[in-house]
Design a protein around this ligand. Structure first.
Ligand code: F6R
Length: 602
């Protein structure tokens, strides 16, 4: 949420900053700004997107080679130019991600500063200015010692603009170490093409960046050693590569990205799964009797789906799936023979991270199911599985769901193996995992056009109900989430069995109803539910691999060799369906209103 970029080098700072911000725009897109320095500060801020900021840059171009920039997702104060970052206080310019929780108390101490914005961030800028004499690092440390909350910041003082000071607590900050230039970013994607060498700041660390080098300190003002790591992603992964939208690209590349998730882990010939990163012996795995899965949004639904699979695979384990933002208020008991799976595409989601820390403090091992390499959850987890799906740029999560579910399923298979469960029971899962990428590929190749046409037909509806049973239930929830977030259609998912307990009252001509019907032992029950809606003249779309004749207005039939993993495949139909509805409604598919990727505030 919100993006930060900084630059000091030989290049033109304005263009490095704006191109970096464009790459980070998916993290927040209600306003953007940059300030660059060369004897004087050139501050440019615009309400709206980076494209709006670029218009200002055109008319106020400078050749300055130092600067900082920001793209915002509003927390305190509406999206507007005055609330856009960078904020100025005296000699200080600052950009900030996160939330300063005690900003009101701090503001009351800052009588000498005339506040120009409604933001908590400007309070921090003013606090730093109040401590600033001639050592910016010291002023930043003094200010941060008084702050409660989360921050990733980049700060420059107008009287010494040859130094950028950055700091982090709970909001990512990465320093890109290039040849003759240093960049700062809240996400490695802004660094690609400049350098693949990075220092990932830890919470409580401050770095002073000059043309001569980088010096790290902690909040006690003691020196800290910097470790340079290699950035794994490459530039091609964050480009649209001819697709109309990142969302379509990310849906379409699932055969490849899922294959990456499985690579070297699923051994079909020997019917084994090995996840190296979980750091657990078979006897430790055997000791696990309880699993808590934690996530938000799509990651939560992936966890829910995986819980069905894990419980099918291993009889002596209970699985509890929790929404991260609720977990901490529930005082749930977590037994000691537990492990927690912490599921997050970004690895930065504030609620999920807070849950992980809480669970770890209770002595329970936390394994990350993470996409973003080097992210905070990945670094703080006790082990885990990188899903290797590559950067997800579109705000709506798609390929991550498929890979997260498969990664957790692999974990379930490892649990089964540790218990010497009859290989016959594990075999279908291993075999189907290995063909899932190609089954997804076939679906996308053969059925995308038809799904687009169906989506067009339903694109003027404003309400939708998604229904599923068993493993298709989490898939129905995910289908409804995907539709609502990108098309703004009011869509809700329910277990099909709950239909008669309330939701069926909604059925009328303003709604369509999506039935997710894998050809499994629950098929007949789903058919009965479908008929109940049909009897009330519902507009039913059935997504199924069954050949049974269904009384639906529209049937999307997906031929497949899969059995147990069919729901994951049917979800891809939902992704395409939601995408084409959003396109037909003329929405900003990749950056839907009010949303941002990577939710780093609670
Ligand atoms: C939905 C979506 C969100 C995320 C959620 C968790 O399409 O993108 O619901 O799934 O914010 O994000 P991560 O996985 O980064 O923790």
């Amino acid at each position: 949420m919100c993006g930060i970029v900084g630059y000091i080098g030989k290049g033109r700072a304005q263009s490095v900053l704006t191109s970096g911000l464009a790459r980070l725009e998916y993290r927040g897109y209600d306003s953007a700004g940059i300030v660059t320095f060369n004897g004087r500060a050139t501050l440019l801020r615009a309400k709206g997107k980076v494209a709006d900021l670029n218009k200002l840059v055109k008319s106020s171009a400078t050749s300055d080679s130092v600067g900082i920039g920001h793209t915002r997702w509003a927390t305190h104060g509406e999206p507007s130019v005055k609330n856009a970052h960078p904020h100025r206080a005296g000699r200080i310019y600052m950009v900030h991600n996160g939330i300063i929780e005690n900003y009101k108390e701090l503001k009351s101490r800052l009588k000498n500063h005339k506040f120009a914005s409604e933001t908590d961030s400007e309070v921090l800028a003013a606090l730093i200015d109040s401590f600033y004499k001639d050592d910016l690092t010291e002023a930043v440390i003094k200010a941060l010692q008084l702050v409660d909350g989360t921050y990733g910041i980049a700060v420059v003082a107008t009287d010494n603009p040859e130094k950028i000071v950055v700091a982090r607590n709970g909001s990512p900050l990465i320093i890109g170490v290039g040849k003759d230039e240093t960049l700062v970013a809240s996400d490695a994607s802004a660094l690609l093409g400049y350098t693949d060498r990075a220092i990932y700041l830890n919470d409580g660390e401050i770095a002073a960046i000059t043309r001569d080098g980088i010096a790290l300190r902690n909040l006690q003002n003691e020196p800290v050693d910097a470790e340079i790591e290699k950035i794994e992603a490459d530039l091609a992964q964050i480009q649209k590569q001819g697709y109309a939208h990142f969302l379509l690209k990310e849906i379409s590349e699932q055969p490849k990205t899922l294959a990456e998730t499985l690579r070297g882990r699923v051994d079909v010939r020997n019917e084994r799964v090995v996840l190296g990163g979980i750091n657990m012996t078979p006897s430790q795995l055997r000791g696990i009797k309880h699993i808590t899965i934690v996530g938000c949004g799509t990651a939560y639904y992936a966890g829910l789906l995986a819980s069905y699979y894990i419980e099918q695979l291993v009889e002596d384990v209970t699985v509890n799936v929790v929404i991260a933002s609720e977990f901490r208020y529930k005082s749930s008991y977590i037994p000691h023979d537990s492990v927690a799976l912490i599921v997050s595409q970004s690895g930065e989601t504030a609620d999920t991270l807070a849950c992980m820390r809480e669970i770890q403090s209770r002595g329970v091992k936390c394994l990350g199911i993470i996409n973003s390499v080097g992210s905070t959850i990945a670094r703080e987890a006790d082990g885990g599985v990188y899903i290797h799906a590559g950067p997800e740029i579109s705000v709506a999560s798609t390929k991550a769901f498929t890979s997260q579910t498969s990664a957790m399923l692999m974990f379930g298979i490892m649990l089964a193996q540790s218990r010497s469960i009859n290989p016959r029971d594990v075999r279908p899962f291993i075999q189907e995992l290995s063909i899932l990428p190609s089954e997804i590929g076939k679906l996308i190749k053969n059925q995308s056009k038809a799904i687009a046409a169906i989506a067009k037909k339903y694109s003027s509806f404003d309400h939708a109900i998604y229904l599923g049973r068993g493993t298709a239930y989490p898939v129905a929830l995910e289908g409804a989430l995907k539709l609502k977030e990108i098309s703004y259609v009011d869509a809700n998912g329910y277990p099909a069995g709950e239909l008669k307990h309330g939701p069926i009252a909604l059925v009328d001509d303003r709604f369509f109803e999506v039935f997710v019907i894998p050809d499994d032992e629950l098929l007949e029950k789903m058919v009965s539910n479908l008929q109940e809606v049909e009897a009330r003249s519902g507009h039913i779309i059935a997504i199924t691999n069954s050949s049974k004749k269904l009384a639906a207005e529209t049937v999307i039939k997906v031929p497949t060799k899969l059995k147990v993993l069919t729901p994951i495949l049917l979800n891809v139909v939902q992704q395409l369906f939601a995408y084409h509805i959003a396109v037909a409604r003329g929405n900003d598919v990749d950056q839907p209103r009010n949303l941002a990727k990577s939710v780093t505030v609670e």
